[in-house]
Design a protein around this ligand. Structure first.
Ligand SMILES: Cc1cc2nc3c(=O)[nH]c(=O)nc-3n(C[C@H](O)[C@H](O)[C@H](O)COP(=O)(O)OP(=O)(O)OC[C@H]3O[C@@H](n4cnc5c(N)ncnc54)[C@H](O)[C@@H]3O)c2cc1C
Length: 419
């Protein structure tokens, strides 16, 4: 049975690997390996051009694909006007630090989030049908953590000072369930050689078992009598028994000439990858924490070269305000690479430049992602979806890719990937 996978981002690669492992002939189409999980070399220096830290990928995949993570400690450092708060990897140490910093209710916050995350992991991660918000809420209630499902801002206000909130939730998500706070609250790590190593390692394993990658973008998904039957690349047609697209849902439905409206707007994010002569100079208070993810109101900054000597030079990667960051992190600049929603749209084949393919808020949460009633399928028979625009959502996790492959295996072979 032949499966065509559209997109060689990390989700497409993970899906291909598991499809091949269960016996499908798999061809992936993409004109770039890794999608937004890539390492780009500029002036001999390896930069993680888009995504820069790994935190949502289940241990199962980190181990299976031998991802070389670098576990910096502290994980993250919040740099406020009057306080510097390191988030240590060790839970007890972290709690003690936060309480000492005056965050008396942090232990309760950690307990709630931890229990909620365990619930997600146990019941709502490896699924073939996304859960509804109501199902998650009811299960959360059973274990006493229903307030995580309150609007993020309200949930955070209950436990943490307001000047810390920006570090726990992205703008525009404040009124969505605190589920999103838990989604992003993780033991983030660096990856040796940059994020491209994630994609390369998965690809190497997939290639070894026979997955083919064709270095082309597809022009059209061929549909006959409401059934996807193949793809067209330039003048060539490739037939398939099943098609899995990990391109964004908007791009997928456009390729299938299926009229469906997604609410997309061009987000305002900017990512800078700055190559410096040497590790930047910072004020005394933050000097000891340059190995971690540094969060201040002007941006989120990482200097992976502090820990990773595979980068070929000094790179500082950040999302935020360029002037404010460079004011605090001083040094001789050799090169600046700027990525925003506009150029990412072109570089990563990404409609509207949404780094999660669809916004991470209503109506695109839980079983509303990418559309109520779709899950990992589309209204077109044989056309499945498995990228960041499906449940549970964006970031480098591999979960959508795995879940969609699992559903295809169930539908087509009648057996389950999880034993
Ligand atoms: C600036 C920035 C910073 C980020 N930071 C982080 C971070 O630190 N940590 C984190 O976890 N996440 C981060 N993210 C988000 C994360 O990178 C993405 O959500 C994730 O990589 C999406 O993976 P994917 O495989 O689902 O999709 P993608 O990586 O988008 O892959 C989809 C692939 O489909 C291909 N495609 C599209 N159309 C076609 C076509 N017609 N034919 C063939 N192929 C096609 C594309 O070329 C692409 O390679 C960041 C993203 C950006 C842009």
């Amino acid at each position: 049975m032949r499966a065509i996978v559209i997109g060689a981002g990390h989700n497409g690669l993970i899906a291909s690997y598991y499809l091949r492992k269960t016996g499908f002939d798999v061809i992936i189409f993409d004109n770039r390996l890794g999608g937004m999980t890539d390492t780009t070399v500029i002036k001999g220096v390896k930069i993680s051009r888009a995504s820069y830290v790994l935190g949502l990928m289940p241990r199962k995949f980190v181990e299976e694909f031998e991802i070389p993570v670098i576990q910096q400690d502290p994980v993250q450092t919040i740099w406020l006007e009057d306080r510097v708060i390191p988030f240590w990897r060790d839970r007890e140490k972290r709690i003690k630090e936060l309480v000492n910093a005056g965050e008396d209710k942090f232990p309760e916050f950690e307990e709630k989030i931890t229990k909620f995350k365990e619930l997600l992991e146990r019941k709502f991660t490896f699924v073939t049908t996304p859960p509804s918000e109501k199902e998650v809420r009811e299960e959360a209630k059973k274990i006493g953590v229903e307030d995580v499902m309150r609007p993020s801002k309200e949930f955070l206000s209950k436990y943490l000072s307001e000047d810390l909130h920006y570090s726990f939730i992205y703008p525009g998500m404040e009124n969505s369930p605190g589920y999103l706070v838990s989604y992003f609250y993780n033991d983030w790590s660096f990856v040796k050689g940059g994020m491209g190593t994630v994609a390369e390692n998965i690809y190497e394993k997939a290639k070894k078992i026979g997955v083919d990658l064709i270095n082309e973008k597809i022009d059209k998904i061929l549909v006959e009598n409401d059934k996807a039957v193949g793809v067209k690349v330039k003048d060539k047609v490739y037939k398939a028994d099943v098609i899995l697209s990990t391109a964004s849902p908007a791009e997928t439905m456009r390729l299938a000439e299926y009229d469906h409206k997604f609410f997309l707007h061009k987000p305002g994010w900017v990512k800078y990858n700055v190559i410096l002569r040497e590790i930047p100079k910072v004020c005394e208070r933050i000097k000891g924490f340059l190995n971690s993810i540094i969060d201040f109101e002007g941006g989120e900054v990482v200097i992976p070269s502090v820990l990773d000597d595979n980068r070929g030079g000094v790179v500082m990667e950040f999302m935020g305000n360029y002037d404010e960051v460079m004011e605090r992190f001083k040094g001789e600049i050799l090169h600046v690479d700027k990525l925003n929603a506009k150029n990412a749209e072109e570089i990563y084949n990404l409609p509207a430049g949404d780094l999660n393919h669809l916004p991470m808020r209503e109506p695109y949460l839980f079983d509303g992602r990418p559309e109520k009633g779709w899950g990992y399928k589309t209204p077109i028979n044989n056309l499945y979806l498995g990228g960041a625009g499906t449940y549970p959502g964006g970031q480098v996790s591999g979960i959508p890719g795995y879940n969609s492959a699992r559903l295809i295996i169930l539908d087509k072979l009648g057996r389950d990937l999880i034993t």
